[in-house]
Design a protein around this ligand. Structure first.
Ligand code: FNR
Length: 374
């Protein structure tokens, strides 16, 4: 992702893509670091299981009508998708190709990284278009940062013949980024303008710091139909930006924001005077390390679950030809293990997970208690 203030074209922007990628990969070791997904357990009911062969893992994601498209629902074969990451340099183009082949072969939806660099410098456009080239009939999402001119929405969609447009809101990252934006005051209006101009539904997403109930209510008020809460606990853009600075940086903000589960539980609490009644359809991401995390996010209210760091680290740093093969194997394994956990929990479909019994602990529980979430 980039600081998405409009042109002039900056030759360091492409280099920053490579730098973000390397620094993100450094954070994904064995994928087992503790995060708030570990703060939710299911109560085990030994006689509630169902037949894994009858489990339907497909998901349905409803979206509202926009100014330029009718309401509808997406039907996705897998409950997880490749979240927005990269594109625009030689190396990230190779990585996008491997991600796109994996998405095609497994039926996973896939987003690209921010296309603003390609809109400002068309010589980098193939780094994104490669995704559609490799996956002509799959579900593809374009990606733009808040703050871009509204006209960029149709341009971004056109670049990939995209089915949806992710608009990322990354206030914490901008704050920590040496070249980041300091004026965050016009973002709601910017999102509204991009959503109104987009020919396909917009998904507003964070980049690893969560979306609060208030934010979700504001998005619903301006007609945004889908949001990815993308919470804390996985790829950490505060650490990435701090590693790019030589001064004190913003390490003091470590732990800022909400996890994916905290955001989802906050959103699904009953409405009150401090909590708006309406929210967009929820997707979740941020810190998803395993199929068990996917199931937990679905049980907490997500309609589908995005994965960035854990997938790109399997593809590897250079986008070598074996990357797609490795990711396809991983996705097949995740699919079978997700199915097994659904059966264990007595869920034949994503909607059945909503009635599982859960126990919360640690920081997640503290968050829910202090927010009055049952
Ligand atoms: C990202 N992410 C991101 N998000 C976005 O909306 N636009 C972007 O351009 C990028 N760029 C980007 C680059 C790299 C290398 C990574 C790993 C991630 C954020 C991503 O979509 C997601 O919100 C966070 O990474 C949290 O998910 P994980 O990584 O913990 O699964």
């Amino acid at each position: 992702m980039t600081s998405d203030a409009p042109p002039p074209t900056d030759p360091t922007r492409a280099a920053r893509k490579d730098e973000h990628l390397s620094l993100a990969l450094d954070q994904h070791g064995d994928g087992r670091a503790h995060n708030e997904f570990d703060d939710l357990d299911f109560v085990h009911h030994a006689l509630d299981g169902v037949d894994a062969d009858l489990v339907d893992l497909s998901v349905s994601v409803p979206y509202r009508a926009g100014a330029r498209h009718p309401a509808g629902r997406w039907r996705w074969r897998t409950p997880f998708y490749v979240n927005g990451m990269t594109g625009g340099t030689e190396r990230t183009t190779r990585i996008n190709r491997q991600l796109a082949i994996s998405a095609r072969e497994t039926g996973m939806p896939m987003a690209c990284g921010s296309v603003s660099v390609a809109l400002d410098d068309p010589s980098t456009a193939h780094g994104f278009a490669v995704i559609r080239e490799e996956n002509p009939s799959g579900f593809v999402m374009a990606n733009l940062g808040v703050g871009r001119p509204a006209d960029d929405a149709p341009r971004a969609v056109e670049l990939l013949s995209a089915d949806a447009l992710q608009v990322h809101v990354n206030a914490v990252q901008e704050t920590a980024m040496p070249e980041g934006s300091r004026d965050l005051s016009s973002w709601l209006a910017s999102v509204e303008g991009l959503a109104a101009a987009s020919p396909v539904p917009v998904i507003v997403k964070e980049v690893g710091f969560g979306l609060s109930r208030r934010t979700l209510g504001r998005l619903a008020d301006i007609g945004v139909g889908v949001a990815d809460v993308s919470g804390r606990g996985g790829t950490d853009f505060l650490r990435i930006e701090d590693a790019r600075r030589t001064d004190g940086g913003f390490g003091m903000l470590t732990g800022f924001g909400q996890s994916a589960l905290a955001s989802l539980l906050d959103a699904s609490a009953p409405a009150s005077s401090s909590r708006p009644s309406s929210t967009p359809t929820l997707l979740a991401s941020g810190g998803v390390r395993s199929p068990y995390d996917v199931v937990k996010a679905l049980a907490a209210g997500a309609h589908a679950v995005g994965v960035a760091g854990a997938f790109v680290s399997v593809v590897g740093p250079d986008g070598d030809e074996g990357g797609a093969h490795r990711l396809i194997s991983l996705v097949e394994d995740w699919t079978e293990r997700t199915r097994a956990v659904f059966a264990l929990l007595g869920a034949a479909h994503r909607d059945d997970l909503r009635s599982t019994d859960v126990i919360l602990r640690g920081r997640l529980r503290e968050f829910c208690e202090s927010r009055g979430v049952d």
